[in-house]
Design a protein around this ligand. Structure first.
Ligand code: SAM
Length: 323
């Protein structure tokens, strides 16, 4: 069985695929307030191209795929595509990251398509703040969607909260309480400054201080696992909480992933401007052998550290990379 390694020996077996740059939300940490120009339809990889690329990765030992965006559930024809991905030999797990606004309607269909688990973005439990953050009055739909996903067994559900200083940092305790009453894994994510001049960083250390002050003094670390989140059990709780610390404690040395952007670039690191175009070559007759060689070459050149560690800024917003 083939395995993919990069130039410093990291085993790469996790592919994140952004199927669209479009989204019905305008989260302020993700898109600039003035909005973004959408990619042209023809610049977005077709489903058959995505399946071909994912198949090539699977032949090289990638076994885990996460579908993201933009908002993946806004792309038409997603369910049959997901079924195809689930059926690719070697792929053991297909997950999906969503803003949750269509989840109530889609949860059972995702389950039927063979999706294993979902991550839902939820940054606030306050309706007004939700509207301010996302530009949409959809908190109730997202909460209903999460419930439905739990019911149909898309579990364990991971809920991602991007913590922004001065905006939602005072809601950490309420979010942690959600994990006490429900079997969710609530993950507090440090805000990543994609654009110059932004300063919303609230570190995991500050988050923990708040939790301890509110009585969460007995967090029990979960051992093992390869995800970047450090996960803790809370005594007498149904769920757990975690911290994702791309800024205060980056986890580049254990990174096992590579990304495919909606317009067909391979990005070996989320927070590096290195990217390698595939779409043009695919559409002008690239052979399977050439595709496999290209993937190996890109993986081999995965940056050692992300650029934030070097003080640079991103050329692309998150919606065009795939979070
Ligand atoms: N639409 C889907 C959603 O809302 O989850 C998937 C795409 S969204 C870009 C995926 C994730 O990117 C979000 O959960 C959020 O955690 C993360 N993200 C985007 N911008 C971020 C930023 N500036 N800092 C930290 N995380 C960010």
């Amino acid at each position: 069985m083939a395995e993919l390694f990069d130039g410093i020996g990291r085993h790469i077996h996790y592919l994140r695929v952004a199927v669209t740059d479009r989204c019905n939300f305008r989260c302020r940490y993700c898109m600039p307030a003035c909005g973004v120009e959408w990619l042209e339809h023809d610049d977005i990889l077709r489903y058959e191209e995505l399946v071909r690329i994912i198949g090539a990765f699977a032949r090289l030992g990638v076994d885990k795929v996460r579908i993201t965006g933009g908002e993946p559930l806004v792309r038409k024809g997603l369910l049959p595509f997901l079924q195809e991905v689930v059926g690719i030999p070697g792929i053991k797990e297909v997950g999906l990251t969503t803003n949750g606004s269509f989840l109530e309607e889609y949860a059972h269909l995702l389950k039927e398509a063979g999706v294993s688990r979902i991550n839902v973005s939820l940054d606030t439990l306050d309706r007004e703040r939700f509207i301010k953050l996302t530009g949409q009055d959809k908190l109730a739909q997202v909460l209903a969607g999460i419930k439905k996903a739990q019911k149909v067994g898309l579990t364990p559900i991971k809920i991602n909260m991007v913590v922004m200083k001065g905006f939602n940092d005072h809601e950490i305790v309420d979010m942690a309480k959600l994990a006490m009453d429900h079997p969710y894994q609530i993950r507090f994510i440090e805000y990543m400054p994609f654009r110059p001049g932004e300063n919303y960083l609230f570190t995991a250390a500050e988050m923990k201080q708040q939790l301890v002050a509110a009585g969460f003094t007995k967090l029990i670390p979960q051992l093992g696992g390869s995800c970047p989140a450090k996960i803790f059990n809370i005594p007498d709780s149904k769920g757990s909480i975690g911290f994702i610390t791309p800024i205060s404690q980056h986890f580049c040395s254990s990174c096992n992933r590579i990304r495919l952007t909606p317009d067909g670039y391979l990005k070996p690191c989320l927070l590096s401007n290195d990217e390698y175009p595939l779409r043009g070559s695919l559409r002008s007759g690239m052979s399977d052998k050439e595709l496999l060689e290209k993937i190996k070459q890109v993986v081999w050149n995965k940056p050692k550290h992300h650029y934030l560690a070097k003080g640079e800024k991103s050329d692309r917003g998150m919606s065009r990379i795939g979070g």
